[in-house]
Structures are given as structure tokens and as C-alpha cells.
Design a protein around this ligand. Structure first.
Ligand code: PMP
Length: 389
């Protein structure tokens, strides 16, 4: 059997300027990274608080490996559930103010597992049309009646929710939209969901650690109750700087997931050393409030600078600050021109974002300095006109 058909699809993707390529990093995450022997100022990591390479997190990882080894060894329900995992679950439950928390190996798996444990063919799932791919995939996989509502639009949700007669209705939204950076209107979305007897699930991958006075995320940001958002997802590979994810909620929710979430049951537990490292991250998220304050200042500085340069930004108060370009080829050109000036930002193109809305997804971190943000602004000024690569 030949792969000609696959090769043709790859070529078509190349022709459309949509071909994706990996870059090999030779250094740790940080404001500066090393790629292909060159140093770059990077604005594309999700390490928003600068914890991925923090000495205390690294020390905890090493100590965790010394105590529990590197590999989880088995699934949580066999014998892969260590004291480090257990303690992290309890600490995250206290931090989020929930009865219980359950760890998953990745956010993608948490979303697939949770949605499929909660609804099936008899149910209906309602999702923001800009939700993360893992949420959309999970909804399709569930076999439930699947409806998308207009982006961050409670009225559009209300219209759809009032129609179907379903055994269970699950409304799902990103807390912070991963490609636009805006925050979901959770007070209204939760009101509409409760009025229609549904459950609201929020994936706070990008808000957890960054939003709210203590970093507990978008639920804290809006001062909502656990009843408003009964199913909360947090990921650990972004603001927390490690990897993995969790679902937080009631005793009944978590026991349901332990019994029915297949991506929990049939997979090796996250590395216990990573669980131990994440416990250190959690302490830093709570203790080092300056990281959120500094991030807020850098966001202001960047937005102000871009406005002066005439770049189009999204309505985002978060560390995700996309610069809208539109055409995929032009986004690639600017990304390459920035790279030639020692700045690393990836161009985000369809199918990750809708056609015609290619963008440079700038992300800021508490580890950046004001001077580094200014260097980015200077480079953006130079590359804008099309020359100067
Ligand atoms: N949800 C959202 C909103 C995300 O942006 C991402 C990752 N980009 C995920 C879930 C998946 O998380 P993980 O990387 O831990 O699989």
C-alpha cells in the first residue's frame, strides 16, 4: 500500500501556508530560550508565572524522584497512586475550595474523561464554538447531542438550552479562551445554565494560577460559588509550570470519575516526582503574589505599546495577547521576520483558529522584564511594514 494520498495531503497543507513544524529547544523554558544554537527572546510559552524552571520546583521534583521514583508504574486504581499524588489532590481541593480533586495525566485526558463520564447518547452537550479542541473532541466522542453556541454569548446558549429534552445537559466553556485570551462570561453562563437545569463545566487551563487574588482562577476572579461551576478543570502545564491536570468538584462528581472516566482508569498515573514538584508550584502560586502583579503590569505595557504601533489586539486582560494578522502567509512572514531579529513567537493558523484569523499568539510571563517587552515592541515596529526581515 502506498502513502501517495497522505503525501498529497501534506503537500496541500504546505501550499496553504498551514504546515506545522516543531522546533527543538536546547534550554529550559524562560524568557530566553536556545533553539538551533541561537538565543531567542521567547513570547510563546504558557509558563505564565515563570515556574517551569523555578529552583524550588526543580528541587521538589528531584526529592520526589528520590522518594517515589520517576515512573508512576501503574494506573491510579492499580498501584500507581502515591502519597505525592494523594497530598497534591488534597492541597488542590483546599486551594480551590472543593470537596475533592482528581488528578489526570494531561488536560486533554481530563477533558475527554470528564465529559464522557458525565454524559452519553441520552444527554446533550453545549459548547462555546471557540472551545479548546480537547473539549470539542470529548463532546463528539460522547455521542450526546452536540450544540455549539456563539462565542461567549449567554443568549445564544440560552436559546439552545431551552430546546432539547435531554436526560443530562452539560454546558462546557474554556475559562480563558486559549487562542483569544478573553475571559468567559461565567456569571451569565452559570446563571443561564442553572436556570435550565444544566451543569456548567469550566476548563480553566489558562486562568488557573493567573486569575483571582490567590491565583485560584476564573471562578475566584468572578467570586462564583461551587454550585455555579460544579465541574472545574485545571491544568498544571501552564501557570503551574509542571504537567498534568485535575478535575475539582463534589464527592459524588469525583467518585463518578473514578468509576467511569476511562482516561483516568486506563492509563499510567502522572510521574509522582511531577506531583511532588506541583506541590511546590502550588506553594509558590499562593505565596508569590508579586508574580500575578508583575504579569498585570507587563500586560498593560504590552497593550499600550501595541496600540501606539497600530496593531490590532483582542479584548484580552490575560497573558494571552494575540496580534491579529488575518492571512496565514502574512502571519508566517511576520513570525519569520521576528525570528530573524531574535524573537520567537509562533504564528497560529487554521485549523487551530478560524480561516482568515491567523495571528501571532504573544504570551507574557512574570519571568519577562519590562525591557524585554520593550524589545518585542521595537521589533514589532520594524517588521510591520513588510521589509526589514
Ligand atoms: N484546555 C485548554 C483550554 C488548553 O489550552 C489546553 C492546552 N493547550 C488543554 C486543555 C490541554 O491541556 P494539556 O496540555 O495538559 O493536555
Amino acid at each position: 500500500m502506498s502513502f501517495n494520498d497522505l503525501a498529497a495531503a501534506l503537500e496541500a497543507r504546505r501550499q496553504e501556508n498551514l504546515y506545522r513544524q516543531r522546533r527543538v529547544l536546547e534550554s529550559a523554558q524562560g524568557p530566553e530560550v536556545s533553539v538551533d544554537g541561537k538565543r531567542y527572546l521567547a513570547f510563546c510559552s504558557n509558563d505564565y508565572l515563570g515556574l517551569a524552571n523555578h529552583p524550588e520546583v526543580i528541587a521538589a521534583l528531584k526529592q520526589g524522584a528520590d522518594t517515589y521514583g520517576v515512573g508512576g508504574g501503574a494506573s491510579h486504581l492499580v498501584n500507581g497512586h502515591s502519597q505525592a499524588h494523594h497530598a497534591l489532590e488534597e492541597e488542590l481541593a483546599a486551594f480551590t475550595g472543593r470537596e475533592r480533586v482528581l488528578l489526570f495525566s494531561t488536560g486533554y485526558m481530563a477533558n475527554i474523561g470528564a465529559i464522557n463520564a458525565l454524559i452519553d447518547k441520552q444527554g446533550a452537550v453545549f459548547q462555546d464554538r471557540l472551545n479548546h479542541a480537547s473539549l470539542l473532541d470529548a463532546g463528539l466522542l460522547s455521542g450526546a447531542r452536540f450544540q455549539r453556541y456563539l462565542h461567549n454569548d449567554p443568549d445564544s446558549l440560552a436559546q439552545r438550552l431551552s430546546r432539547p429534552e435531554a436526560r443530562r445537559k452539560l454546558v462546557v466553556t474554556d475559562g480563558v479562551f486559549s487562542m483569544d485570551g478573553d475571559i468567559a462570561n461565567l456569571p451569565e453562563l452559570s446563571r443561564v445554565t442553572r436556570e435550565n437545569d444544566g451543569w456548567l463545566m469550566v476548563d480553566d487551563a489558562h486562568g488557573f494560577g493567573c486569575l483571582g487574588a490567590t491565583g485560584a482562577g476564573c471562578v475566584e476572579h468572578f467570586g462564583l460559588s461551587n454550585e455555579d461551576v460544579p465541574v472545574l478543570i485545571g491544568t498544571l502545564g501552564k501557570g503551574f509550570g509542571t504537567s498534568g491536570a485535575f478535575v475539582a468538584g463534589s464527592e459524588v462528581l469525583i467518585e463518578t470519575l473514578i468509576q467511569f472516566a476511562r482516561t483516568y482508569i486506563y492509563t499510567t498515573s502522572m510521574s509522582p516526582a511531577v506531583a511532588q514538584a506541583t506541590r511546590a508550584s502550588l506553594k509558590l502560586v499562593q505565596a508569590e503574589v508579586w508574580r500575578r502583579d508583575k504579569l498585570a503590569q507587563l500586560i498593560q505595557r504590552f497593550r499600550h505599546g501595541c496600540e501606539q504601533l497600530g496593531y490590532e489586539l483582542m479584548d484580552s486582560p490575560t497573558p494571552i495577547q494575540p496580534i491579529m494578522i488575518g492571512d496565514a502567509g502574512e502571519a508566517m512572514r511576520i513570525s519569520a521576520a521576528l525570528e530573524a531579529r531574535g524573537i520567537f513567537i509562533s504564528a497560529i493558523r487554521p485549523p487551530t483558529v478560524p480561516a482568515g484569523s491567523s495571528r501571532l499568539r504573544v504570551t507574557l510571563s512574570a519571568a519577562h522584564s519590562e525591557e524585554q517587552v520593550d524589545r518585542l515592541l521595537e521589533a514589532l515596529d520594524v517588521v510591520r511594514s513588510g521589509g526589514a526581515a
